[in-house]
Design a binder for this molecule. Structure first.
Ligand SMILES: Nc1ncnc2c1ncn2[C@@H]1O[C@H](COP(=O)(O)OP(=O)(O)OP(=O)(O)O)[C@@H](O)[C@H]1O
Length: 262
């Protein structure tokens, strides 16, 4: 997707002047962000820049100290995370939250049921609920490339496969926006391309907000990149703008930002 195409898309998620204080420490000093629908929007920055804190604010995992968050036309600033999940936000699970003794398919089924707890009981038993649940699980299995492993206990998957299952767990909630926090961490080189293709493919049906330290991946798959430093937005733009931005280069103190293309 070109920058022009991305910038013409409607804004799905907007943060306005979001702050987060821990006592006297300012973790976020007033962050503005606009995430457009059906794009991959990456948030990068040096360690401690405030990326994870911003994710916590956007997904409702922690409360803001100030500012406003609007998702899909609704002011969600004061809504708890489970309400935001129902509005269509999903955050990728961590490997530690997979049910390691259960087959991949069962992990996804439980995640699909988690969307609407009130419906969870009939998701598998009532004919319509069961069908839609089974459809979701089958689609997600294909999407994350684990269809062949549907019956394999999650604990027997490789690390790369487990990380794709985490993404699948979030997808099972059929979200509008999916938040991925370092989905490639700890991955071997062989698994990186699979994850990259997976994330890139998600924007057909979802909006992706991504924290990622692998600059090669960020530069290759992002429509928009927001660079954070010391709890504020340092720069924002398409990959070529960010790659060439002197402020960003000096924030990273070197060539990490080039994604191998400098
Ligand atoms: N619960 C907390 N109490 C106090 N300070 C915190 C708390 N959580 C985060 N911080 C601080 O807020 C700052 C931003 O942290 P955050 O985890 O958001 O950074 P990050 O950009 O995600 O870093 P990394 O890339 O290392 O994960 C850091 O200085 C961190 O020490």
């Amino acid at each position: 997707m070109s920058a022009t195409t991305a910038s013409g898309r409607p804004v799905l998620l907007r943060a306005e002047g979001v702050t987060k204080h821990y006592g006297k420490f300012v973790a976020l000093g007033g962050v503005d962000l606009q995430v457009r629908a059906n794009t991959v929007h990456s948030v990068i920055g040096p360690n401690g820049a405030g990326k994870t804190t911003l994710f916590h604010m956007l997904t409702g995992n922690k409360t803001v100290s100030g500012g406003r968050i609007v998702f899909d036309g609704h002011d969600v600033t004061r809504e708890p995370d489970h309400r935001r999940v129902r509005r269509g936000m999903a955050r990728s699970f961590q490997v530690t939250s997979l049910f390691l003794t259960l087959p991949v398919r069962e992990n996804l089924r439980l995640a699909a049921q988690g969307v609407a707890p009130a419906k969870a009981l009939d998701c598998w038993n009532a004919p319509l609920g069961a069908r839609s649940c089974a459809d979701t699980v089958a689609q997600v299995l294909e999407r994350v490339g684990l269809a062949r492993h549907a019956g394999t206990p999650a604990g027997n998957l490789s690390h790369g496969q487990q990380r794709r299952l985490e993404v699948g767990m979030a997808l099972a909630a059929r979200p509008k926006a999916i938040f991925l926090d370092e989905p490639t961490s700890g991955m071997g080189i062989d698994d990186l391309d699979d994850m990259k293709r997976l994330i890139q493919g998600l924007k057909d049906e979802h909006t992706v907000v991504l924290i990622e330290h692998n600059m090669g991946i960020v530069m290759d798959i992002s429509d928009t990149i927001t660079v954070m430093q010391l709890g504020r937005v340092l720069a924002e733009g398409v990959p070529d703008q960010i790659r060439g931005d002197e402020r960003v280069r000096s924030a990273y103190l070197g060539n990490m930002i080039t994604g191998g293309k400098a």
